[in-house]
Design a protein around this ligand. Structure first.
Ligand code: MOS
Length: 756
């Protein structure tokens, strides 16, 4: 464990468990195989479904021959647009109801003969075994009338239109006259970057087990939001929301790919309804590539101008990315650029073009991951141009207030992050001349880049129940995808109520629980923290109310603010009662309270806050690479990330989250890319053997440091650790490669052919 803390401050309130490196409570169940995932629930009469995928990027199905597939022994049904029961259309996206974001695409599978991407499901085979279903699916023969398709981002970029802003972020900005300042600049860089599409590769491919009982539906699912999924399924299948139960106690990684409701889920539910059988649909890895969106590719221009001292005089950042003809969301590519550097002239534009490809979707720091690659590469190139140290250039342009809106920057500690990181990484030992540092025959390069991800939270309902035996049950419909959510919620509740962690049980992953936040946008923990704090305060008031008029109670006449929860009870100074004593005195078996939070209040608060302050998790990424001078193979040899994520709730799970983002960022830097055949729109490398995610041998020891200072504007001072650490990573690698070789690679991934 390499988490160390610098400048640790105590968060307000009790901190017995918060901050500790505590093992995941669900660790033993996962390592022993006791934990059951969505594709592992047995049901009597369970049938298995497999998808048939379109092989054209755009067109109409003119005929679909299912005779041969239907004749296979063990096939129960073959569903196509000719015979499938209809689903209702997907709801329109509205940020007032975030569950509408769960619509990965509005394409109404099997209710239409239209094809919107190569890989769109056009039929579902249901059979007695998964092997039979898959084999029969290979025998379904659709015929198509093809239509002209646009699948090449570079070729279509002239058709891009301005991207619309929304509640979560603006998409353009103008301050001063950036073009004029660039033209007049003493020093400048003007670079065009390209990043490829990326696909999701969670360790658990998406899976659904769907069971209808009359008009009641139970779904075991790998999802990042049981709440969104429940509402979406109720809407699509025309049943009341209360009739739908989504269970997702364990999720094998999400990263945004399980934030929406994709074809596999909908078609499993549809197949179960059509056949009257419980149905399981577990996507193959290739099936994930065909039916679950990924990250958009991008073309980005970043131009920077500076005076002789390295003070920025202009920042221009424009981007073209894509959505799908059948849906997808614009990504916030310039989000970091809005807030990172002081400059009198700023010009930002994001635009998107619709392509005939599977719609893009959320993928760890959507927008910021690739946006920071371009911005932070350009900043590094400007440092080269100026002959200035890249850390120093960043510090000289660190703003005191938001560069665009002038808002207060809530708790910005980038200076501290860079100072600490430079010292720990040995940055001062860097010889700035390209190719000057060697280790044997390897060229050595050192690069830095800034990490940035906005920090937000959503409403969360939480109940806390205290039983006579001292057990505390925290209930919230949130999800645990492996990041430690259940563990940190237990830590928070234990501290807030002054009880041992072992006596806290956290219930989650079931849509019958109080409505929780989705696991996305790095928001889940902060959202739930506010609910836990509020519910704990309510519980304390309720318990005090039970005894403050009781004759003989040591808490008699006490006000809530005089009473402290500790040692398993309520105390005013030395006088107090244990929770068991309070319940006994009051003749109660248990007490349960609920904290409720509404969507409208959340929207109002978000808008109010946005006018007042800008809040983000930030960090300084330090990378060292070794480059083989003959083959130009790049190996990442050392990494240090110093992050300002507010209070660290669990030193172990937070470090793992942050480290995981860096690993994913190294994949983005050096190997990950989805290859699309521009003639057919087909993904050419839809497997882990050809889409290269990093393996252990690609990743060095990663040091993670957190400043661990509470952000007083967030619940428990925490900001979210899910996404910030992937941002800046690809730039830090590119900058280290530039230092080692003198070569600036503008196109991800940095494969050796681009250096030879
Ligand atoms: Mo994430 S891309 O918010 O799961």
């Amino acid at each position: 464990m390499s988490v160390k803390y610098a400048e640790t401050e105590q968060a307000t309130g009790a901190t017995k468990y918060v901050g500790q490196a505590i093992d995941r409570v669900d660790g033993p169940a996962k390592t022993t195989g006791e934990a059951k995932f969505a594709a592992e629930y047995p049901y009597p009469g369970l049938a298995y479904a497999a998808l048939v995928h379109a092989t054209v990027p755009r067109g109409r199905i003119t005929a679909i021959d299912t005779a041969e597939a239907s004749a296979v022994r063990g096939v129960i049904d073959v569903l196509t647009h000719e015979n499938a029961p209809p689903m209702k259309p997907a709801p329109r996206t509205s940020l007032l109801d975030p569950s509408t974001l769960a619509s990965g695409t509005p394409v109404n599978y099997l209710a239409t003969d239209e094809v919107h991407w190569n890989g769109q499901p056009v039929a579902v085979v249901v059979a007695e075994t998964p092997e039979t279903a898959r084999y029969a699916a290979s025998l379904v023969r659709p015929s198509y009338e093809g239509l002209p398709a646009a699948v090449d981002l570079a070729a279509e970029q002239h058709n891009a239109v301005p991207q619309k802003g929304n509640l979560l972020g603006e998409t353009s900005a103008d301050k001063g006259d950036a073009q004029a300042a660039l033209a007049a600049a003493l020093h400048s860089v003007d670079l065009t970057f390209t990043t490829p599409p990326h696909n999701h590769n969670a360790i658990e491919p998406h899976a659904t087990t769907a069971v209808w009982d009359g008009d009641r539906l139970t779904v075991h699912e790998a999802t990042q939001s049981i709440t969104w999924m429940r509402r979406h399924l109720a809407q699509r299948f025309g049943v009341p929301e209360k009739n739908v139960r989504v269970l997702s106690p364990y999720v094998g990684g999400g990263f945004g790919g399980k934030g929406s409701v994709w074809a596999g889920t909908l078609l499993a539910v549809l197949a179960a309804r059509a056949t009257g059988r419980p149905v399981r649909l577990a996507l193959t890895r290739e099936g994930v590539y065909h039916t679950v969106g990924g990250r958009t590719g991008s073309i980005q221009r970043v131009a920077l101008a500076a005076d002789a001292d390295g003070a920025l005089t202009a920042i221009l950042h424009t981007s073209v990315s894509r959505t799908g003809r059948g849906g997808g969301h614009g990504e916030q590519i310039t989000a970091g650029t809005r807030h990172l550097y002081a400059a009198p002239n700023i010009h930002l534009r994001q635009s998107t073009v619709r392509l005939d490809l599977l719609p893009n979707t959320f993928m760890r720091a959507p927008g910021e991951s690739i946006g920071t690659f371009a911005l932070e590469s350009a900043v590094d190139e400007l440092a080269c141009e100026l002959g200035l140290d890249p850390v120093e250039l960043r510090l000289r342009n660190e703003p005191d207030r938001d560069p665009l809106g002038g808002q207060k920057l809530a708790h910005r500690r980038l200076r501290e992050a860079y100072a600490l990181g430079a010292e720990r990484f040995g940055w001062h030992e860097r010889d700035p001349r390209p190719g000057a540092m060697r280790d044997g025959r390897w060229l050595v390069g050192m690069g830095v880049a800034t990490a940035y991800h906005p920090s937000m939270r959503m409403p969360a309902n939480v109940t806390v129940r205290l039983d006579a035996d001292g057990t505390v049950v925290v209930r919230c419909g949130l999800q645990e995808m492996g990041m430690g959510t259940a563990t940190v919620l237990g830590q928070m509740a234990a501290d807030e109520l002054g009880v041992p962690l072992a006596s806290v049980r956290v219930e989650y992953g079931d849509s019958d629980l109080p409505v929780g936040p989705g696991a996305g946008g790095s928001m889940q923990t902060a959202s739930a923290a506010a609910g836990v704090q509020d519910a704990a305060a309510k519980l304390k008031r309720t318990l005090l109310g039970l005894v403050r008029r009781a004759p003989g109670s040591p808490l008699r006449g006490r006000r809530p603010d005089e009473v402290e929860a500790r040692d398993g009870g309520l105390y005013a100074g030395a006088a107090g009662q244990t929770y068991a004593e309070i319940l006994k005195a009051a003749g109660r078996g248990h007490v349960e309270v609920e904290s409720k939070a509404g969507m409208l209040g959340f929207v109002a608060r978000t808008l109010r806050e946005r006018r007042r302050l800008v809040r983000a998790a930030t960090g300084a990424q330090f990378c060292e690479v070794r480059v083989d001078p003959d083959t130009m193979e790049v190996r990442v040899s050392r990494w240090l990330g110093v992050f300002d994520v507010g209070t660290v709730i669990n030193a172990k799970t937070a470090a793992s989250q942050l480290r995981g983002g860096i690993v994913m960022g190294i994949g983005m830097a050096l190997s990950e890319q989805t290859l699309i055949d521009h003639r057919s729109g087909r993904v050419m490398n839809a497997s882990l053997s050809e889409y290269h995610v990093p393996v252990h041998a690609d990743i060095p020891h990663i040091d993670v440091l957190c400043l661990d200072e509470p952000d007083s504007t967030m619940p428990m001072g925490l900001r979210g650790v899910g996404e910030v650490s992937i941002t800046g990573v690809a730039a830090a690698v590119a900058n280290a490669v530039r230092h080692a070789t003198g070569r600036r690679v503008l196109d991800l991934p940095i494969t050796l052919d681009k250096l030879l």
